[in-house]
Structures are given as structure tokens and as C-alpha cells.
Design a protein around this ligand. Structure first.
Ligand code: ZN
Length: 314
């Protein structure tokens, strides 16, 4: 894998598509994955192992995973809500399983119908199951904390709660902790407070950030997280996703804009911006009714733009 300063991970196929009512055909999903991998995105969350009756968009989880695994060099990740999902992922050979629980009690109840302690216990079972596998078959396991910077039911979420569950997932054996602003409430001051606290609590374990741009603070939050030492960011191409409670709002931070900002700051992401922007066409053709966002797609790259690794080489 290419040496990068910051890892950007595509989550649009999961986070972006999960609330979209139109099914994106499997071949189009795989075309998107292949093109974005070719553009230099090394890790893609390709689907979610939830029961298809809950989210029909993921009825093709098996085919998407198998197809993505044929792409050389791509880290194929998928979301898992529970042990059952983790077992599906292991059977399919997914290379990374992203477990998610909510820091907010109400959100966890609504989302996975469990107490947070039950989610942590489930995570321990997932890690035990994975560790029992032969080394070559063992996927990475991400420990995701959603609603870590605010909850649409409870509002403000306590930093102590975020730290407590981050430590519990870390001690249970997570390969990274993902701190997520699921509903796009965060601001840069809050990001600094929460990420500093989590990073101090989990030691050397990598901490990733998952921001939504629902209220326009997404890239400002990335900048704040960078200052805290975060070097792994989730994003979705064209900011797909939206929010059922905030019409017109984008979903995850826009991958294209994130890559431009990082590159412009001199941080190598391994992503070729021109190639990445072309991937939008695949999505536009497959889902003409989906709302697409992105400032770079709209305004273009600056005149005579030279990317970060070329500037460094010069
Ligand atoms: Zn999200």
C-alpha cells in the first residue's frame, strides 16, 4: 500500500445508501467500488450485514462483498450490528468488520434495541469469535461509537460516556476506535475536547473520526481532529446520505472535498483528485434521483493545482 499521511475511508455505499429508497444495482455498486479504489481510496465500507428485510438496500451484501474482494489491494470493510452480522462477514471473507453501538442510551435502544452494556458484551463475543479463527482468516474489528458528539433524542452527550465506552471497546480488543458524529451536531471545540479525551484514554490504539456535514461543520471538525492527531477519516463520495430530519442537508462529509482539503494542506492521502471526481458520474448515472453534494465538483480545482506528493517531490 502507498505511504499516506492520512487514511480516508469511503462509507457512502453503506452510510450514504442506507436511507436511499431506490436500490442501487449490484453491478453499479461494484463499479463505484472499483473506480474509487483505482482512484486511490484504500479502504471502503462496502455494505452492512443487517437482515435484508430491515434495509433492502443491503439485500446484495454477499454479492457486493465477494465482488469487492476481487479488487487487488482494497481493504474490504462492512458494518456489523451484532455477532450474527460478524459471522456473516467472516463466512464471506470481509477483511474488516465495523461494529457500531451508540453512546446515547436512547439511540442505542432505538437502533439496536439493547442496553449499551449488552452491546459491549456482544462486541466481546465478536472479538472472541474472530480471535478463534486461524490468523490468515482473521478480519480487523473496528469499535464504532455513534452519537458520540450528540444525539437526536437526548441532545448533548457526556464526554465521560464517550470515554467509558471507548475504553470498554478498546479493552475488549478493538483494532481501532471510531468516534462518530452520527447526526452532525459537533463543532470544532467539542471535537477537540472529545477526541483529546478519547485518545488519552485508549493509549496507542488508532482513533478514527466519522463526521456528518448536516449543519455545515464537517470539514472544520476534520481540521480540529487533525490537530488532536487523528489520521483516519470516514467520508462519502458526493456527501451522499442526507438526514431524514434535515432536508437538503448532506450526509457524511464529502469525500472529494475532504481529499482536496487534506491534499491542499500538504497531507498525502494517496487519492488522485481528478480520478475521484470522475467516480461521481457512476453514482449519478445509477441513481439519478439522489442528492449529490460537493464544493470541488461545483467549483473545480484551483488554477495550476499541484497535488501534495508532487509538491513534496519538487
Ligand atoms: Zn454515519
Amino acid at each position: 500500500m502507498k505511504q499516506v499521511d492520512v487514511m480516508v475511508r469511503e462509507v457512502g455505499l453503506r452510510d450514504g445508501l442506507q436511507i436511499h429508497p431506490t436500490f442501487m444495482p449490484t453491478e453499479q455498486k461494484l463499479a463505484w467500488i472499483a473506480a474509487e479504489s483505482a482512484a486511490g481510496v484504500a479502504e471502503i465500507e462496502v455494505t452492512s450485514y443487517v437482515p435484508p428485510k430491515l434495509i433492502p438496500q443491503f439485500a446484495d451484501a454477499e454479492a457486493v462483498t465477494r465482488g469487492a474482494l476481487e479488487i487487488p489491494g482494497l481493504l474490504v470493510a462492512a458494518l456489523i450490528p451484532n455477532l450474527r452480522g460478524a459471522e456473516r462477514g467472516v463466512t464471506l471473507g470481509a477483511r474488516k468488520l465495523n461494529f457500531v453501538m451508540s453512546v446515547s442510551r436512547t439511540h442505542n435502544q432505538k437502533n439496536v434495541r439493547r442496553e449499551r452494556e449488552e452491546s459491549v458484551a456482544d462486541f466481546k463475543n465478536i472479538v472472541a469469535m474472530v480471535r478463534a479463527l486461524p490468523a490468515a482468516q482473521r478480519p480487523l474489528v473496528g469499535g464504532g461509537l455513534s452519537t458520540a458528539l450528540g444525539c437526536s433524542y437526548e441532545g448533548r452527550v457526556s464526554v465521560d460516556d464517550v470515554v467509558r465506552y471507548a475504553v470498554q471497546l478498546a479493552e475488549a480488543g478493538a483494532d481501532e476506535i471510531v468516534v462518530a458524529d452520527t447526526v452532525g451536531y459537533a463543532d470544532p471545540v467539542q471535537v477537540r475536547t472529545v477526541f483529546k479525551a478519547v485518545i488519552a484514554a485508549v493509549g496507542t490504539l488508532p482513533v478514527a473520526a466519522h463526521f456528518h456535514d448536516t449543519r455545515g461543520t464537517g470539514l472544520a471538525n476534520v481540521s480540529a481532529a487533525l490537530e488532536c492527531g487523528v489520521r483516519r477519516f470516514d467520508a462519502s463520495l458526493a456527501g451522499l446520505g442526507g438526514c431524514p430530519f434535515a432536508p437538503g442537508a448532506s450526509g457524511n462529509i464529502v469525500m472529494d472535498d475532504l481529499c482536496f482539503m487534506l491534499d491542499s494542506m500538504g497531507l498525502v492521502t494517496g487519492v488522485d483528485l481528478e480520478s475521484l471526481l470522475k467516480v461521481r458520474e457512476i453514482v449519478r448515472t445509477a441513481l439519478p434521483d439522489i442528492e449529490m453534494h460537493g464544493a470541488i465538483a461545483r467549483a473545480g480545482l484551483p488554477q495550476n493545482y499541484v497535488n501534495a506528493d508532487a509538491r513534496r517531490a519538487a
